[in-house]
Design a protein around this ligand. Structure first.
Ligand SMILES: Nc1nc2c(c(=O)[nH]1)N[C@@H](CN(C=O)c1ccc(C(=O)N[C@@H](CCC(=O)O)C(=O)O)cc1)CN2
Ligand SMILES: NCC(=O)N[C@@H]1O[C@H](COP(=O)([O-])[O-])[C@@H](O)[C@H]1O
Length: 202
């Protein structure tokens, strides 16, 4: 069976990455994590990759003279792993035109809000502050905007009266990991089509 090559991008604890690593241990899943990229050193996500024997790469924005130079280097480091799909899993850098010219249409991101509500860095915090009763996670293609690309899948969780940003974030992440594993596997095994903003997997 042909297996899809995944590069996963992380900035933090990497529990979504771990869920993908665990799923990929089964050959029937149809995908393999061939590289893990980050925008910072010293994060648990990189340690998880190293523990699994997966090559890692890091490029820090402050180490480059311009954001464009960072984007070009990050693109080259990602391309070196020859990914079929790039997965943003808690990756906290907006990528630029060079990256999107290379990987647009096969860069998917999991975001911890029900888009188009609450894009950006603080989905659960914004959901609690707004007072919504349903929150969740969105798997979407990445385009040139911030969390504006075509939506692949969404999963909802309740917001409880005593929720804080942290308790809601953990409830979302529990649901988000299952959705990510389910849909990345389906995309790897069956492919997908995009018609305008509508995404059909399989
Ligand atoms: N071009 C795009 N790149 C990325 C997107 C996207 O929609 N378009 N999604 C992100 C992930 N994301 C939320 O899901 C997200 C990540 C980062 C930011 C942001 O404003 N980052 C700042 C820096 C923040 C920091 O380092 O602490 C920045 O990039 O300068 C917003 C949304 C993946 N990439
Ligand atoms: N907008 C980007 C963003 O906030 N992403 C969120 O960061 C978490 C990473 O968790 P993890 O490192 O444990 O996988 C996830 O909930 C993801 O949606």
């Amino acid at each position: 069976m042909v297996t899809a090559r995944l590069v996963v991008l992380v900035s933090g604890s990497g529990t979504n990455l771990q869920a993908l690593l665990d799923a990929c241990a089964d050959p029937a899943y149809g995908a393999t994590v061939v590289g893990v990229g980050a925008d910072r050193h010293g994060i648990a996500g990189l340690a998880r990759a190293e523990a699994a024997g997966v090559p890692t790469f890091v490029a820090r924005v402050p180490d480059f003279a311009t954001r464009q130079e960072w984007d070009e280097t990050f693109t080259d480091l990602t391309a070196a792993q020859r990914p079929d799909l790039v997965i943003g899993a808690g990756f906290l850098k907006l990528v630029g035109k060079t990256f999107l010219d290379r990987f647009g249409g096969r860069y998917v991101n999991t975001h911890n809000a029900l888009l188009p509500a609450f894009p950006g860095m603080h989905g659960p915090r914004d959901a609690v502050a707004y007072g919504v009763k349903l929150a969740g996670a969105t798997l979407h293609f990445v385009d040139g905007g911030v969390d504006t690309g075509p939506i692949i899948a969404q999963v909802a969780v309740p917001v409880l009266d005593d929720d804080t940003e942290d308790t809601l974030s953990e409830r979302i992440k529990d649901a988000e990991r299952g959705q990510l594993v389910d849909y990345v596997g389906r995309m790897a095994r069956h492919g997908w089509t995009v018609d305008g903003r509508r995404v059909i997997v399989g």
